[in-house]
Design a protein around this ligand. Structure first.
Ligand SMILES: [Fe+2]
Ligand SMILES: [Fe+2]
Length: 173
């Protein structure tokens, strides 16, 4: 059984994960409009990952006998200057997600809600990877800045990304 406060906070995070998915879908659309299919693929996969995160919280709330309340999803940013701008916004977005996950973990710790602490441990580890992914690509893009051929090489590399759903279940990581 979860406290009202924790259920509310988890619901807010479900909404934010859907917003994350929408944010990355908007980035995919921008890349597509620039004919950068590999970058578009990267963000479509990223958008799918965020849906998985939303559903992981969603399933958890019901497993703990809570209720999910879906709210409106904010409109994502649609216009960007270039791919560096896109990835910088993405990196900032992931840092904001990390801040929100830490805040949730603080509440769960305060309430000594150990199963929620355990769930959030998964997300804390996931965020390390998420931030690192964006930061690494920003560095590559900066190096490629004056070299269009390098941008297309990176586009080819990102075309290879495939969505793999993590295993599900009570003990799934
Ligand atoms: Fe996420
Ligand atoms: Fe993310």
């Amino acid at each position: 059984m979860l406290s009202e406060r924790l259920i509310e906070a988890l619901n807010e995070q479900i909404n934010y994960e859907f917003y994350s998915s929408y944010t990355y879908l908007a980035m995919a659309a921008f890349a597509q409009s620039e004919d950068l299919d590999g970058f578009a693929n990267f963000f479509r996969v990223q958008a799918q990952e965020e849906l998985f995160h939303a559903m992981k919280f969603y399933d958890y709330v019901y497993q703990k006998n809570g209720d999910v309340t879906l709210e409106a999803i904010h409109k994502p940013q649609l216009k960007f200057e270039n791919m560096i701008d896109v990835f910088e916004r993405g990196y900032e977005h992931e840092q904001e997600v990390t801040r929100r996950i830490y805040n949730l973990a603080d509440i769960a710790n305060e309430e000594k809600e150990h199963s929620t602490i355990s769930l959030l441990k998964w997300f804390i580890d996931e965020q390390v990877e998420e931030e690192d992914n964006f930061n690494k690509i920003i560095k590559k893009l900066r190096r490629a800045e004056s070299n269009p051929a390098a941008l297309y090489m990176l586009d080819d590399e990102l075309a290879q990304r495939v969505y793999v759903a993590p295993a599900t279940g009570a003990s799934a990581q």
